[in-house]
Write a protein that binds this ligand. Structure first.
Ligand SMILES: *Cc1c(COP(=O)(O)O)cnc(C)c1O
Length: 419
């Protein structure tokens, strides 16, 4: 294995795994070329099979916010692993992680742990339907909520990258009760609607901030109709602020979904809300939801270790580094005649190649995908790994120091100049 090139590995992978990858965007279809195969990560860097070192702006799409192989996270995982990896019985670690989350996020009194963001949103939808006795779900175009059938209509992320409006294999009946509306406009909400699910900051169609008033008005409209508001905080949770987007915007949803950051890089998800709503779940209530590996001791240990590193000083650092990168990239790209906007909300960052910052999906799709693909490869050649798709966010973590950020900006200047 050790001496194989990325190309050889990709060929081997393609013979065994569809497209050579276990999540479509990783196959580089949107940018062309062969993906780099990672053999190791440390802090802000990853190393590929050919021994090349990259500054990593993917960071497992935000999951590894404290940096790769952080010693405290690694130690927590090793200690947990030595005690056994899964039991099918409750463990104290589940209480520790639940407590961390409940203490930080406004409005969460109880939560349930699952194994991915997809499971969290899928379960939240079932809970909302079971709790309200209604079927209809409203989602926003370009928001990505994982790959559950019901939510795979007009999704962002890999769905946007591949130019798919949904997916084959999702029967019309599965999305018959899913209404898709434009982001940043409050839709009509009626007593037929079980829930509205939204990314409080859209981070899967590039990065789009909610317009002033959008989230509070959505909250009131949901209240007026008795419809549950679901925040998909799988990216924003514990990244935007200690208490996620609910804290940042001062708007409390009925149900919040988490993933990515809360597992410290291990597979996990969670959804939570008031005790009254969460009591609708089995075994207390009638909505079934379960998981053999849910509350896994390795994932809860890693998640607790990661969250403990995310104190208020950590967030200040994340905001400062994200601002530095946003301003730097905009300056050097525009300076080189490549129109670019690097929208930032707190520690969330996007890159839009065009003149006007988008506010919804149709506008986001005017980003210059071809220019992104060329810029991506110029950056990769200079040792900076961005997501291989024009609609993904850029992820800055605690290991991204000023030096690292300035190196990225320098690479961006050279890349833009050579286009
Ligand atoms: C990544 C993501 C998901 C899906 O999480 P998985 O762990 O990939 O299943 C859901 N919602 C949002 C906002 C995401 O960014």
């Amino acid at each position: 294995m050790g001496s194989q090139t990325n190309r050889q590995l990709f060929r081997d992978a393609q013979s065994l795994i569809p497209g050579g990858v276990n999540s479509p965007v990783r196959a580089f279809q949107a940018v062309g070329g062969d993906p780099y195969f990672v053999v190791r990560g440390e802090g802000a860097h990853v190393y590929d099979a050919e021994g090349r070192k990259y500054i990593d702006l993917v960071q497992s799409y935000g999951a590894v916010i404290v940096g790769h192989a952080h010693p405290q996270v690694t130690e927590a995982i090793q200690k947990a692993a030595a005690l056994g990896t899964s039991f099918g019985a409750p463990t104290p670690g589940e209480i520790f992680l639940a407590e961390e989350i409940v203490n930080r996020v406004p409005g969460i009194e109880q939560l349930r742990l699952v194994n991915s963001g997809t499971e969290a949103t899928m379960s939240a939808i079932r809970l909302a339907r079971g709790h309200t006795g209604r079927n209809r779900v409203i989602k926003f175009s370009g928001c990505y909520h994982g790959h559950a059938d019901t939510l795979l209509a007009a999704g962002g992320s890999g769905v946007a990258t591949l130019g798919l409006s949904g997916s084959a294999g999702v029967p019309p009946s599965a999305v018959a009760d899913t209404i898709v509306v434009p982001y940043n406009a409050v839709p009509e909400i009626t007593q037929d609607d079980a829930c509205v699910i939204v990314e409080p900051v859209a981070a899967n169609m590039g990065l789009i901030a909610p317009l002033e008033g959008f989230l509070p008005q959505l909250r009131s409209a949901c209240d007026a109709a008795g419809t549950l508001l679901i925040f998909d905080e799988v990216i924003t949770g514990f990244r935007l602020a200690r208490g996620g987007a609910s804290e940042w915007f001062g708007v409390t949803p009925d149900i919040a979904c988490f993933g990515k950051v809360i597992g410290g890089g291990l597979p996990i998800g969670a959804f939570g809300g008031s005790e009254e709503i969460m009591s609708t779940l089995a075994p207390v209530g009638p909505v079934y939801q379960a998981g053999t590996l849910s509350g896994n001791p390795l994932a809860t240990a890693a998640g607790c270790a990661a969250l403990q590193l995310l104190d208020s000083a950590a967030y200040q650092k994340l905001y400062a580094m994200t601002e530095r990168l946003s301003a730097g990239i905009e300056k050097v790209l525009n300076g080189a005649g490549l129109p670019a906007i690097a929208p930032r909300v707190g520690s969330l960052l996007g890159l839009f190649l065009g003149d006007n910052a988008p506010t919804q999906y149709d506008e986001a799709r005017t980003t210059d995908e071809k220019a992104y693909a060329r810029f991506f490869h110029e950056m990769l050649d200079r040792g900076v790994a961005m997501a291989p798709g024009a609609y993904e966010a850029l992820f800055v973590g605690l290991a991204h120091t000023e030096d690292v950020v300035d190196t990225v900006i320098g690479a961006a200047a050279e890349s833009a100049a050579s286009l």
